[in-house]
Design a binder for this molecule. Structure first.
Ligand SMILES: [Zn+2]
Ligand SMILES: [Zn+2]
Length: 228
């Protein structure tokens, strides 16, 4: 495996693999101590993933949960994981993502049968990294919450966002996904879409639309990072 072992951030590979020290301050115990959790997750975002309004004042009821801004330690963690293929960070990131999702999710009005759906990654990136980074996080989260993982979405071809301007990105994002042929909808289930980074929200919006068209009614989403 060709790791680039040059450490450019405060996180070392050992840090990522050692399960019980705080990524923020190094304190022994958890991957993030209570103090660092509070410090890093000042704003837990809960808005509508479709209309971007506060969830209390929208009628599409498709919340997106996120606990962290795309900066500092959290940004480093996600980038090390994706771009340096540090697979071992998946469980740490799943724990952090778990912080964003309310403990009582799904609420009484929803179905308790939850399926996690990772947003599918471009196959080329999966080949380059040697693993499917969101699928791995989804599997780790499923162990924490005892929810199942379903690969309900597949990527359409020609949907590469790199280098495109915002308008093009949005158009590409809108047609990025389709329902996997192997997938079966359970209308009573709650579907939780997962992604690592929320930029414009166009990818998540597209994924939600595809699921809605397929007949899903209880849909929520969670991302690790959002821009400030
Ligand atoms: Zn700490
Ligand atoms: Zn809405």
């Amino acid at each position: 495996m060709g790791f680039d072992v040059k450490i450019t951030t405060r996180i070392s590979i050992l840090d990522l693999i050692a399960p019980h020290s705080c990524r923020g301050c190094g304190a022994l115990g958890n991957i993030m101590c209570e103090r660092c959790k509070k410090y890093n997750s000042k704003s837990i975002l809960k808005m509508c993933a479709r209309c971007k309004k506060p969830i209390s004042s929208c009628c599409c009821k498709t919340p997106v949960y996120s606990a962290f801004y795309r900066e500092g330690l959290m940004k480093d963690l996600v980038e090390e994981y994706k771009y340096h293929s540090i697979r071992a960070a998946a469980s740490a990131l799943a724990e952090l993502l778990n912080l964003a999702i309310p403990e009582d999710f799904p609420s009484e009005s929803d179905s308790y049968d939850v399926s996690i759906i990772p947003l599918p990654t471009i196959p080329k990136h999966i080949r380059e990294r040697g693993f499917d980074h969101m699928l791995l996080i989804a599997k780790e989260l499923s162990l924490i919450r005892k929810w199942k993982v379903e690969q309900a979405l597949v990527r359409n071809k020609n949907t590469v966002q790199v280098g495109a301007d915002e308008k093009t990105r949005k158009l590409q994002a809108a047609s990025a996904y389709q329902i996997s042929e192997k997938w079966l909808l359970h209308p009573q289930s709650t579907y939780l879409l997962l992604d690592d980074v929320w930029t414009t929200g166009a990818s998540m919006e597209a994924a939600i639309s595809v699921l809605k068209k397929a007949g899903a009614t209880n849909i929520a989403s969670a991302v690790i990072l959002t821009p400030r």
